[in-house]
Ligand binder design. Sequence first.
Ligand code: AMO
Length: 433
Amino acid sequence: MKLPIENRKYSNEITEDDDGERVNIAGWVHEKRDLGGVFFLIVRDREGFAQVTLHKKTIGKELFEQAKKVPRESVVAITGTVKGEQKAPNGYELIPERIEILSEASHVLPLDITGKVGAELDTRLDARFMDVRTERTKHIFIIRSQVLKAIRDFLDARGFIEINTPKIVSAATEGGTALFPITYFEREAFLNQSPQLYKQMLIASGLDSVFEIAPIFRAEEHDTTKHLNEASSVDVEVAFVSDKEVMKLLEELIASVYSKVALYPGISKLNLQLEVPKVPFRRITYDEAIELILEAGEQIEWGEDLSTPAEHILGKTIGELYFITDWPRAIKPFYAQPTEGKDTCDAFDLMHPRLELASGSQRVHSYELLKENIESKGLSAESFEFYLNAFRYGMPPHAGWGLGVERLLMSMLEIDNVREVVLFPRDRRRLVP
Ligand code: AMO
């Protein structure tokens, strides 16, 4: 067989109307069925399944034996003639004249692809290349690709410019969550926790509305179903607007992504009825959130961050996507704009009833205030000089947010563990594959 395989067709590109045509297909041997006089090979490709039918009487002995022997999950290329067959997938079967084994699979497979035998998530992640061959996992990653495209299309239509900022950095941005130190020649450097400082500096560049979709690294020690050590974040920063405008942008983006994904036929493979959330989402203040949590009998003091049980109480009470606004200054980063005359700031979190999806804020754009805020958090203004400089020569007021791609996907697809929506997740124990 010459490569590339000439005029290769996906299984769903062939129909009963092609009856009598000679076609080439290629894929994995999904199943073998032996009915004595007839032997079926079910070949799988990205788009579905094709049934290859071998009648013992009419097909050459050599071909018949070859088909029987090929191990499941081997990669084959098949040339054959299409025959309309209502009982077969896509309404046709293929009568082969040539079966070429391009790669023979070992007999004992690490996973069952047909879905008849379930496997633990760890086993699936260890053999991820194979796990993606299963229908459910494949559709999760096709949807992930569609979500990213929907986000880019949405922001592009609103005049945003896509940026790329460094992932090897010299300073922390998100305080509380720890950094991964790396050796950078003679100096210490870190993997970036967020493109926060860079996206803000680009507001001083005049690019006006910018976004980035890129990895963020968090040295989270805890092993939970919603934390990764390497996650993907959609970061947005907009000049000359307030937190209110970027909250509106965020809810409209979420609704737009849901409505795009809802049209995807593969959604049925996940047994989902996707409901597009209505905008505007509900907004509650941090104070109101505290009241609801206390009313439900959970302990919390004003000024504390919300624990997971507290988030769940709110989620149960509210039951849909919502924003929490007006956070205490002390638990939000130095770049959030303080609310005048109060100990709160103009920051918000976007919450799904199960977990936090995004955070954002109006940013401090005054050089003096920013410097003061950095110092009041116990950080050295000197190590932020490269960032502070951008505030000294003309910095527009601005606002923005960061949205976790995996959090959005897992909540939208009703998936319990965040690792399911990352091809090769990184957590405390997992560094390979
Ligand atoms: P924050 O730290 O809240 O804000 O992060 C933004 C969003 O990123 C996602 N996220 C994570 N997802 C999986 N695993 C993790 N360990 C993890 N950490 C964060 C969450 C979270 O809501 N600079 C600000 C954003 C801004 O103000 O523009 C920031 O990074 O969905």
